[in-house]
Design a protein around this ligand. Structure first.
Ligand code: ATP
Ligand code: MG
Length: 561
């Protein structure tokens, strides 16, 4: 963490609770956990939870555990476990020795299930999932007791042991808590504790043919680890009475408390692992780390620094009411971070040849260019200049409207760090398109200033035609075309048709040939970029992380963005 990320930056109701618990000595120290299910990659919503849980541990000198909630082996994979560890570390957090798995506790959880059976507080139910659903009741109607609810303790123990031994097929029976079928809170209507699942688990292999539910595993895992503040998102608020019921009815070593906060939602963005999995599976994206994905891996590949994600999460804050954050707020956090850290370079995305007729043939020179306008310590570099250059196609108009100050016939502009040039004429192809600008330059304006003090209205970026390097650049637009993807019913129908735009004829200043993968650079006037993981010396590929300005107002008004 840098000095700019001091803890006092984020006061919120969770931090108030922690502080008051510590002050009143209700807890000896803060112990939190981040509990991902390894059934997909982490997304920026998870980053909010990570920053909160690990952040609390840092700020209050406690600790935060990383615990895999690996209770559903049909959906969980080692690839996801590895990716989650990599992503949490990359975000800047460290669980030290405290790496746990719900599966570490399978034996203890099983013993506690038998404890409930012996206490007459759990029973084996033979109803099918459908029958159970039909008898659960609704928000306004109570549920009905299962005919198996009155089974004796011995029969329950025998059946539950045989479930564990693998005697019954998937779905034949479940173990349920015996709480209250008429409870107002549906979660208390005899929730399922164990289901039969003949599936190989990444960690426990074939040892188990029954697996605990999230509800039965989560609070007890918290209690085993001595978690003090078990922080989750609002949809678990209704589960809290059940969370407490287990802790009150089992001989657990500690009694953690659950607190709920609002999950992160962002416009034009989907933060549901189920949908993200579908995007990957249906190949709408190239993978979990596609730079258009809101995953940590995708954002990293796109060039978003971890510090920008942490800063964004801090700006959003932690609240108890659900809301949706404008994606412009995320991009603005990314821009603010990159503006400070990214060295400046020049790259021409859509090249148009510019020939300086009075510049000597065969000559070239190196011109000094600042690496950062506000940071002289970032130093300078030397950029090759010559008779033939490329400039941005958009920076020229043959018949400019009134407020267009860039190149047009007869107009003088500054080439950044170089010279003043004046457009003297154009060369057109057979189709009548301008393919080359013929210019003159003022040799006395070397460095970009005329000795007579005359002014120009525009400063353009450029590269040397002979000494620039070719590259592909990928520009990204949001994956979804509406701010609330899926609100119309079919989320895949909301996929934007042009979320990826490839520019295959880009020319970059030669220093960019050595850019390290993922390292941020600003292409002057074009935005922030980084070399993609697929970039090779003989085939450079850059991602645009974000443009220089907020293009959202324009995009929403129907422009190109
Ligand atoms: P999804 O709905 O995307 O499948 P999940 O909640 O099922 O997410 P988990 O792996 O169980 O995924 O999440 C781990 C932790 O991250 C949980 O504590 C969860 O509350 C939190 N989390 C998940 N999504 C968000 C979000 N959008 N904002 C904040 N926290 C989140
Ligand atoms: Mg979950």
């Amino acid at each position: 963490m840098t000095a700019g990320e001091a803890p006092e930056a984020g006061r919120d109701f969770i931090r108030d609770i922690v502080e008051s618990d510590l002050g009143a000595k209700r807890v000896a120290g803060v112990v939190t956990r981040f509990p991902p299910e390894p059934n997909g990659y982490l997304h920026i919503g998870h980053a909010k939870s990570i920053c909160l849980n690990f952040g609390l541990a840092q700020e209050f000198a406690g600790r935060c555990h990383l615990r895999f909630d690996d209770t559903n082996p049909t959906k969980e994979e080692q690839e996801y476990i590895d990716a989650i560890e990599r992503d949490v570390r990359w975000l800047g957090f460290d669980w030290g020795a405290h790496l746990y798995h719900a599966s570490d506790y399978f034996e203890q959880l099983y013993a506690w299930a038998e404890h409930l059976i012996r206490a007459g507080k759990a029973y084996v139910d033979d109803l099918s999932a459908e029958e159970m659903r039909a008898m659960r009741g609704t928000l306004t109607e109570p549920g009905r007791d299962s005919p198996w609810r009155t089974r004796g303790v011995e029969e329950n123990l025998d059946l539950f042991r045989r479930m564990r031994a693998g005697e019954f097929p998937n779905g034949a029976r479940v173990l349920r808590a015996k709480i209250d079928m008429s409870a107002g809170n549906i979660n208390l209507r005899d929730p399922v504790l164990y289901r039969i699942l003949h599936a190989r688990h990444p960690r426990t292999g074939d040892a188990w043919s029954i697996y605990p539910t999230y509800d039965f595993a989560h609070g007890q895992s918290d209690a085993i680890e001595g978690i003090t503040h078990s922080i989750c998102t609002l949809e678990f608020e209704d589960h809290r009475p059940l969370y407490d019921w287990f802790l009150e009815n089992l001989p657990v070593p500690s009694h953690p408390h659950q607190y709920e906060f609002a999950r992160l939602n962002i416009t034009y963005t989907v933060l549901s692992k189920r949908v993200l999995t579908e995007l990957v599976r249906q190949a709408h994206v190239s993978g979990w780390d596609d730079p258009r994905m809101p995953t940590i891996a995708g954002l990293r590949r796109r060039g978003v620094p971890a510090a920008a994600i942490r800063d964004f999460v801090r700006r959003v804050g932690v609240a108890r009411a659900n809301s949706t954050v404008d994606i412009a707020m995320f991009e603005s956090a990314v821009r603010d971070e990159l503006n400070l850290t990214a060295p400046r370079r020049m790259g021409v995305l859509r090249p148009l040849k510019l020939v300086i007729e009075n510049y000597p043939e065969g000559k070239s020179e190196l011109l000094e260019a600042a690496n950062h306008p506000d940071d002289s310590a970032a130093g300078t570099r030397r950029v090759p200049f010559g008779r033939e250059l490329y400039v941005e196609r958009d920076d020229f108009m043959e018949n400019p409207p009134k407020k267009f100050y860039r190149l047009s016939p007869g107009r003088e502009v500054r080439l950044r760090y170089a010279y003043f040039v004046t457009c003297r004429g154009v060369v057109k192809n057979a189709a009548g398109e301008v393919v080359e600008l013929r210019c003159s330059y003022d040799p006395a304006s070397r460095g970009g200033n005329a000795p007579d003090g005359r002014k120009v209205q525009a400063t353009l970026h450029w590269v040397s035609a002979a000494q620039s390097v070719p590259a592909e650049v990928r520009l990204y637009n949001p994956l979804f075309s509406r701010p609330d993807p899926g609100a119309g019913g079919d989320i895949m129908a909301d996929l934007a048709p042009n979320s990826l735009e490839r520019l295959s004829d880009v020319r970059l200043e030669p220093s960019l040939a050595e850019a390290a993968t993922g390292a941020a650079v600003q292409f002057e006037r074009q935005g922030y970029f980084c070399a993609d993981i697929a970039s090779r010396p003989d085939r450079l590929v850059f991602n645009r992380t974000v443009g220089l300005r907020d293009s959202w107002a324009k995009a929403q008004a129907g422009g190109k963005g």
